[in-house]
Write a protein that binds this ligand. Structure first.
Ligand code: SF4
Length: 339
């Protein structure tokens, strides 16, 4: 597949030597744009309260078996200001869709990090209102992570993803137009998802004003309506990542920890071989982490040691520049489109 071409069904199904060549092409496109450097960010999961009810997520509001928490500002600030891993250039502050946590914890934490560290600050907080987006931006956050998850509107509604697909896409466009860097993402391998649906996800990712995009294999979440469904195929997920890289070489594409849950110990490293250029170290305090139930309690936690090992094992190196610094050299998509 050449750069900027849209994949076909056969491309998503490739395996064996042909698949290795396809992934190598995507990795080469990544190296051409970013060199051998991989961004390393930390994530703190601040609150597992959520007003949404997505069928694919263990933090959905109908899951009464979960102990809900909101972390405090001070311990997280102490950790990130004074005890963060040396390799970090960016931090992502993540919550369920919980506007209370945004006001009480996230906003003060963004201000503290801006004042006391050189870290680039990303947030992943769900669909909020314009006033809150603006407050977060004024506080110093620059990247908003908001996944569309599924590009099929009927399926989106059926799985009770946040609002409607049109609203979600509207918020992605709104954030980009208001000067945010925006990263989105989708799930690969939901049961019943056929190739056309997978291609629809890629088409939407191609067309949205994005600076980053993830592809996550479907992992059946504990205490969710999809708990008995099959895990999404790792190979298909990796093929989607490679296709995304070749369509949009400029995107920052994370290797998500769920790649290792999708059936193979080397899933994460294969992600780095298929076009990913961002790794995430989980910094959520261990006593809270178990209740941040994206999928299941046995999460595959990416420690600093695991991330650095994966990067070194692939012959790559840690970027010294943050994602923010990388983007500072490039015009915002909204500005570029206006020219
Ligand atoms: S995916 Fe996000 S919005 Fe949906 S239930 Fe989980 S935390 Fe809430």
């Amino acid at each position: 597949m050449n750069s900027r071409t849209f994949p076909d069904a056969d491309t998503l199904a490739v395996r064996g030597a042909e698949q290795s060549a396809f992934h190598a092409e995507a990795a080469a496109a990544t190296r051409e744009r970013f060199g051998r450097r991989v961004f390393v960010r930390g994530v703190v999961e601040v609150s597992n309260h959520c007003r949404e009810n997505c069928h694919y997520c263990g933090m959905r509001r109908d899951n009464r078996s979960l102990d809900r928490y909101r972390a405090g500002h001070d311990p997280l600030a102490e950790l990130l200001v004074h005890h963060r891993p040396a390799s970090l250039t960016d931090v992502n502050i993540q919550t369920g869709e919980d506007p209370v946590a945004v006001r009480e914890v996230v906003l003060p934490l963004v201000r503290t990090l801006r004042r006391e560290t050189p870290l680039g600050v990303s947030v992943c907080l769900g669909t909020l209102n314009e006033a809150l987006y603006d407050e977060l931006q004024e506080a110093g956050a620059s990247l908003y992570i908001i996944k569309f998850e599924l590009a099929d509107a009927a399926r989106y509604e059926q799985l009770e993803a946040p609002g409607t697909l049109a609203e979600r896409v509207g918020h992605i466009r709104l954030l980009a137009a208001r000067g945010w860097r925006v990263s989105s993402g989708f799930i690969a391998g939901l049961s019943g998802q056929d190739t056309d649906e997978m291609l629809e996800n890629l088409r939407l990712a191609r067309d949205l004003p994005l600076d980053g995009c993830s592809v996550s294999p479907f992992i059946p979440g504990e205490a969710t309506p999809l708990a008995r469904n099959r895990v999404g195929a790792l190979d298909t997920t990796l093929n989607c990542m490679a296709a995304l890289r070749l369509m949009r070489p400029e995107l920052i594409i994370p290797a998500v920890s769920a790649l290792n849950l999708a059936g193979a110990d080397d899933g994460y490293q294969r992600g780095l071989r298929a076009g990913a250029n961002l790794c995430t170290i989980n910094l959520t305090p261990s006593e809270l982490r178990e209740d941040y139930l994206l999928y299941k309690r046995e999460r595959f936690i990416m420690s600093e040691e695991r991330v650095l090992h994966a990067i070194a094992a692939e012959g790559l190196e840690v970027s010294r520049a943050s994602m923010e610094e990388h983007w500072q050299a490039r015009p915002l998509l909204a500005e570029a489109l206006a020219d």
